[in-house]
Design a protein around this ligand. Structure first.
Ligand code: DC
Length: 194
């Protein structure tokens, strides 16, 4: 049975960093599911048709990290048919041996409800904006506004909104270093690996 780890949370909460660290440590596959929505949004045109015909090369575009790509992703992510088109790919990815880490918004609630470990990663708005602005070289105030707009849309949509699964462990990274946050996540994995 592959070991699946679901990591959800708002934008720039640290979930991607934790996901990558866990994948590296355990030799698990890693999927940043936000990239799927970013790729659909960046391509433009009929979002449903784009989602249905997405290919790996679409995830390699260099412009997917920007605030604009994040906004476009958040908008197309509210379309139920777009989400539906991406479900199977994510579920297949999640059951690869020896394990997989997926990070996003609905991994623990919709994509992998049976994941062995579910983390819900949060951080204060100010810290998230500072981290993301530094990462992409954008203005912190503009980034804060963009994150808040995205979180509001992602949390209030009808289909698969941003939400902690009932059995998720919440990890608040506001005052943590990356190493501290990863150490807590590793301890949770170890507790479940037996
Ligand atoms: O994780 P991210 O910031 O790269 O995600 C970009 C957008 O994609 C996010 O604002 C909402 C959407 N998204 C989603 O709806 N479900 C996911 N599992 C991942 C991302």
């Amino acid at each position: 049975m592959p070991f699946t780890i679901a990591i959800d949370g708002p934008a720039a909460s640290g979930k991607g960093t934790i996901a990558r660290a866990l994948a590296r440590r355990y030799g698990f596959h890693h999927l940043d599911t936000g990239l799927l929505y970013r790729a659909v949004g960046a391509k433009g045109g009929d979002a449903v048709a784009v989602a249905r015909s997405l290919v790996p090369a679409d995830l390699e575009r260099p412009d997917l990290r920007s605030n604009e790509a994040g906004q476009a992703a958040s908008r197309v992510a509210a379309i139920p048919e777009v989400r539906q088109a991406l479900v199977e790919f994510q579920r297949r990815f999640a059951v690869q041996e020896p394990g997989a880490v997926l990070d996003g918004r609905d991994i623990g609630t919709v994509i992998c409800p049976d994941a062995r470990l579910k983390l819900y990663v949060i951080a204060s708005d100010a810290v998230r904006a500072r981290r993301r602005a530094a990462e992409i070289g954008a203005d912190p105030a503009e980034t804060l506004a963009a994150l808040r707009e995205r979180d509001a849309r992602d949390s209030s949509r009808q289909t698969a909104p941003l939400l902690a699964a009932e059995d998720a462990i919440t990890l608040d990274t506001t005052d943590m270093t990356i190493d501290e946050a990863v150490a807590i996540a590793v301890a949770e994995v170890e507790a479940r690996r037996g």
